[in-house]
Design a protein around this ligand. Structure first.
Ligand code: T4K
Length: 410
């Protein structure tokens, strides 16, 4: 790391970058390599590569025990997991979803021929606003697909109450929320089902992968059939289905990852605490908070930049950090409602999503996890402080309002 003390040191103005190597958001956490290699060799020796093999069975058993749910069915990725769960729950017509989420959430609904109805979020929690959910219910609404964004639990009880009163299905996209709790209980057992992601960029990964957790035996049975073409055994197909199976190599990675989860969390938590402390007194720039009374995986280091107070806006800060080789990301800008096919279908949707619009313009995700150097967070925060302290001058030099500024070519 190169120490930066004055504005001219910033790489965006021509100084050398703070980091020689790019620091990525989503750099995978890698667990015990020797254990992984041993598992991969065992898989090859068994010559059983997919279709509910030994590693998949063990992965499911461990997840089920850990989360305290009756069923945890692993799938090839969370997007397919969401699709299977939506279909197994017989959702149809309109499904209420947040716009401030990954495209995968809305696309899973769209892909099945249903309409995602975008709902605004609470500006503090970044999760669905229950009052807004209730206002969007129509005779065509069949369910709610809520997201535990950044692993912070939704207003679970309020959503369950709405779902029950209106006879709606309640599914949680828990892609970010493995080993995160709500009122002391791990997420996984709420609503009709919850779907986790083990994508490479998630805190615990199985290369690609996901899991559907539920306490509903009949639903679990339908999901089990659907993820394997509807086969209940050789030559017997009991329902429509697709190929949602997880392969053995992926399950081996998932198991190995899970075994190191505590270590990953400890690193993430240390980084989050460091960022919170380092930016504590900086006006207009804050880290999202985690409720330390709950269990969190602390995987998402999300900055919120209020340009009016900070003197620099989110996009200018992104350009500053990118030039320093800190490849921060604007997840989930600009919101699903501004992506296709939704923006063409409803170009005015943004008008009823004021909090989504505001938050999407302010958030910036910083690199986290075991893949970044030990002191990197402190150094990244030092760059953020320097940029904010010189916000006026930087915004002036970058031109315009600082939106989409050009990074100095090197
Ligand atoms: N619901 C929510 C709320 C989600 O966030 C997601 C996925 C889903 C559902 C669906 O889950 P899956 O079907 O994927 O299981 C990433 C991930 O692809 C995606 O899983 C994730 N959310 C989304 C938020 O982020 P990108 O577009 O950011 O990925 P990409 O390729 O730009 O990678 C990010 C950075 O990570 C890169 O700059 C480099 C680094 N990286 C990435 C990979 C894959 C590595 O260093 N190594 C790697 O192997 O989407």
């Amino acid at each position: 790391m190169r120490t930066k003390t004055c504005i001219q040191d910033l790489a965006i103005l021509g100084g050398p970058p703070a980091f020689d190597q790019p620091l990525h958001v989503g750099r995978p956490n890698i667990g015990d390599r020797a254990r992984l290699m041993q598992r991969l060799n065992d898989i090859l020796d068994r010559a059983w590569l997919s279709n509910h093999g030994t590693c998949v069975q063990e992965f499911e058993r461990r997840l089920k025990e850990l989360l305290g749910v009756r069923h945890c069915l692993v799938v090839c990725n969370a997007t397919v997991g969401l699709e299977i769960a939506l279909r197994a729950l017989d959702m149809h017509g309109e499904v209420i979803v947040p716009a401030f989420t990954a495209a995968a959430t809305a696309h899973a609904v769209n892909w099945l021929g249903m309409t995602p109805v975008f709902c605004d979020i609470d500006a503090q929690t970044h999760n669905l606003d229950p009052a807004c959910v209730e206002s969007l219910i129509t005779p065509r609404t069949s369910g709610i697909l809520a997201v535990h964004l950044w692993g912070r639990s939704c207003a679970v009880e309020a959503l369950a109450d709405i779902a029950q009163r209106h006879r709606l299905k309640l599914l949680f996209d828990a892609a970010h929320a493995l080993l995160c709790s709500h009122r002391g209980q791990y997420l996984g057992g709420f609503g009709h089902a919850e779907v986790f992601s083990f994508h490479a960029t998630k805190f615990c990964n199985s290369l690609e992968g996901g899991a559907i957790a539920t306490n509903d035996d009949a639903l679990a049975q339908r999901i089990t059939l659907m993820r394997t073409f509807g086969f209940s055994g050789p030559d017997v197909v009991l329902s429509a289905g697709i190929n949602g199976k997880l392969n053995e190599f992926a399950a081996a990675m998932g198991l190995t990852s899970l075994e190191s989860a505590d270590q990953f969390i400890a690193v993430n938590r240390r980084h989050w605490q460091c960022a919170v402390a380092s930016l504590a007194d900086l006006p207009g720039v804050s880290m999202i908070s985690y409720d330390t009374a709950e269990r969190n995986n602390y995987h998402y280091l999300v900055l919120q930049v209020d340009a009016a107070q900070a003197g620099i806006n989110r996009d200018a800060l992104l350009a500053v950090l990118t030039a320093e080789n800190v490849l921060a990301r604007r997840h989930f800008y600009p919101g699903c409602h501004r992506w296709e096919p939704y923006v063409t279908a409803d170009p005015q949707a943004y008008r009823r999503l004021p909090n989504t619009e505001k938050v999407a313009a302010q958030v910036l995700q910083l690199p986290n996890g075991t893949g970044i150097p030990p002191d990197a967070i402190q150094d990244i925060c030092a760059v953020i402080r320097l940029a904010a302290a010189n916000g006026g001058e930087l915004m002036g030099r970058l031109g315009g309002d600082g939106r989409n500024p050009r990074v100095n070519p090197r």
